[in-house]
Design a protein around this ligand. Structure first.
Ligand code: HEM
Ligand SMILES: [Cu+2]
Length: 640
């Protein structure tokens, strides 16, 4: 690894120094105990949500740095800033990190922050499991990032197609990192799916029928179902490729009777639903934000729910559109092409519902609303180019070109990233009890939003002109230079936008502007009826729900606040260090498997089993918060 040039050594040094710096700062301010008791061992969904989002932002930085390196390399023809091998490693880690370690935790973080508060619950159904999900994701992300420092990155693309990802063409530990890290985070995600499914089905406040749930909660319910059906497929595919690589099986090698196309099918049977897992909750955020800042009831609630259900079903019957060129024949391609186009219908319904929610509303263009409003046209461009790609014969032309690269960035950035940014700014006061600065927020938004279009619009043209994806450099004289140069400028503008978002956070820490009302946006749903940040137990008394926009209706005097119970001691889950330790042992097992150190892997796996056994014999993992303490906390907010 030390042979690979000053860039790598520099980055390794930077990582080392940053790590030492973090440890030194925590030690200097004597914050270890605080970190351990308040954060690393917490089972509180609000804190777990915040940790997910911090990790996601860190990964956005890492993935974004990868992106800027690639765009620098592509800015001019015949560049040699990066070697071909490096470029391969960078687009592989960029894609993998952005999807699995940035978009996913961002979405799951917002789910954690908002869902229990929206449905009148005190936590998720399985708080301890929730902590395990988080730490499995976190240590998986660390394991994946370690590939950069020890042993080398995976280079077979985020899709990791066999046979390229097999032992013959990808020797060394890089690809193992991919397989093991994804397996680890996938286990956590499946647990999250179970957790939120049960939470939403079983823990809603009395009176909150399914058709009274806030739209974000609806989107999370449907997403949890998709997770449960999709992620096991990924787990199986990863396990098969791992067995091929580590133990010499031949699931995916033709020479020994295996079938590489089987990987491609399994990957996308998970992969397509996966893109809906990261977009449906963004739709949910948008529905909340658009209604709140238009000061209107969400238009077409029933149609919104129905279209999300339709999308979730369709998302499982379109996967072949990722490889029309495999040559399955016109019948198969026609089926999958038409199924893909059909998704445009429920998606269009949602777009019209958002527009009609805004129509004649009193619109407030706050930062969350800016991101939400920009989502609509940008995601539309992504969606419509998706319909173009779904025309199978035409896809023979677009396939794996920059047209595709631009298409999926329009959905993943214009959709998911804009959606989670909207959600982050929207729920920020609820998470931290302070406001982000609106002026800096607006600057950040415009830099990002304009930069995004400057970066990716030209890539559609590059696709038409024949530039293919995963191309590390290109000759002069094809006319691709100018568009690529413009695209790179746009990428750096997004970098400025990101830095402004970080600056906004720092600025707001230095000049805190407290939110004392708990309801800074004049919100409609239950989370805004609580103080910011919500107390540990969320609701001192569980409310009874009468309306979709319960809190709004209470404020308008059309509904009277009602509680399901008198004040009584509140039953809360204990903190525990075990989810952290368990996941760390997973990390050790993962590291051992990556480098095929079997004695260590077996020892660590035995350790995991012991931890699970130990947990089965643990009986008191709850405590009660006495009424007096609840009264005091509420009184400090001037409540009760
Ligand atoms: C500043 C914003 C971004 C820029 C400038 C950027 C740029 C790039 C570039 C240059 C490539 C490689 C294209 C190629 O050579 O084939 C790429 C690939 C990719 N990007 Fe991004 N990207 C950005 C954000 C994102 C985000 C937010 C996501 C996901 C949430 C994402 C997901 C992907 C994926 C999945 C690939 C494909 C990797 C592969 O081919 O294996 N990107 N991006
Ligand atoms: Cu797809």
């Amino acid at each position: 690894m030390w042979k690979e040039g000053p860039l790598i050594i520099g980055s390794d040094l930077a990582i080392l120094l940053t790590s030492i710096g973090v440890v030194a700062v925590v030690t200097y301010f004597k914050k270890w105990r605080y970190l351990w008791t308040e954060w690393l061992t917490t089972t509180d969904h609000k804190k777990i949500g915040i940790m997910y989002i911090i990790a996601a932002l860190l990964m956005l930085f890492r993935g974004g740095t990868d992106a800027l390196l690639m765009r620098t390399q592509l800015a001019l023809p015949n560049e040699h800033f990066l070697s071909a091998q490096h470029y391969d490693g960078i687009f592989t880690t960029h894609g993998t990190i952005m999807i699995l370690f940035m978009a996913m935790p961002f979405i799951i973080g917002l789910m954690n922050v908002a869902v229990p508060l929206q449905i009148g619950a005190r936590d998720v159904a399985f708080p301890y499991l929730n902590a395990i999900s988080f730490w499995l994701f976190f240590f998986a992300a660390m394991l994946f990032n370690l590939s950069f420092v020890i042993g080398g990155s995976p280079v077979a693309g985020w899709t990791s197609y066999a046979p390229l990802a097999g032992l013959q063409f990808s020797p060394g530990p890089g690809e193992n990192y991919y397989l093991i890290a994804l397996q680890m985070t996938g286990i956590g995600t499946i647990a999250t799916g179970v957790n939120f499914l049960v939470t939403i089905l079983k823990m809603r406040a009395p009176g909150m029928k399914l058709m009274r749930m806030p739209m974000f909660t609806w989107s999370v319910l449907i997403t949890s179902l998709i997770i449960l059906f999709a992620f096991p497929v990924l787990a199986v595919a990863l396990a098969m490729l791992t067995i091929d690589r580590l133990f010499g099986a031949h699931f995916f090698t033709v020479a020994a009777g295996g079938m590489p196309m089987q990987w491609v099918n399994l990957f996308w049977i998970w992969g397509h639903p996966e893109v809906y897992i990261v977009i449906l909750p963004a739709f949910g955020v948008l529905s909340e934000v658009v209604a709140t800042f238009s000061s209107k009831r969400l238009f077409g609630y029933g149609a919104m729910v129905a279209s999300m259900v339709a999308i979730s079903v369709l998302s499982f019957v379109v996967w072949v559109h990722h490889f029309f060129t495999m040559g399955a024949g016109p019948g198969v391609n026609a089926f999958f092409g038409i199924a893909t186009m059909a998704i445009a219908i429920p998606t269009g319904v949602k777009v019209f519902n958002w527009l009609l929610t805004m129509y004649k509303g009193r619109i407030r263009l706050t930062v969350p609303m800016l991101w939400a409003t920009a989502f609509i046209p940008n995601f539309l461009i992504g969606g419509l180019t998706g319909v173009m790609l779904a025309i199978a014969p035409a896809d023979y032309q677009y396939h794996n070109s920059y047209f595709l690269v631009s298409h999926f960035h329009y959905t993943l950035i214009g959709g998911t990233v804009f959606g989670v940014m909207s959600g982050l700014f929207y729920w920020w006061p609820k998470m931290f009890g302070t406001h982000l600065n609106e002026r800096i927020g607006k600057h950040a938004f415009w830099w990002f939003m304009i930069g995004f279009n400057v970066c990716f619009l030209p890539q559609y043209l590059l696709g038409f002109e024949g530039m293919t994806r995963r191309m590390y450099t290109y000759p002069a004289g094809l006319g691709w230079g100018p568009w690529n140069f413009i695209s790179t400028i746009g990428a750096f503008m997004q970098g400025v936008g990101f830095l402004l978002i970080v600056w906004n956070v720092v600025y707001s820490l230095r000049h805190p502007e407290r939110d004392l009302t708990g309801d800074p946006w004049n919100g409609r749903t239950l989370e805004w009826s609580l103080p910011s940040p919500a107390p540990e137990y969320n609701f001192a008394r569980i409310p009874v729900v009468h309306d979709r926009d319960e809190f709004w209706e209470i404020k308008k005097g059309r509904v009277e606040a009602e509680y399901a119970e008198e004040l009584k001691p509140i039953h809360m889950p204990n903190s525990s260090g075990r989810p952290f330790i368990l996941s760390f042992i997973f990390f050790v097992a993962g590291f051992a498997l990556v480098f095929e150190i079997y004695w260590l892997a077996i020892a660590a796996l035995a350790g995991i089993l012991l931890m699970l056994l130990r947990r089965s014999f643990e009986f008191d993992y709850y405590h009660h918060i006495p009424v007096e303490e609840v009264k005091e906390t509420e009184a400090a907010w001037g409540r009760l």
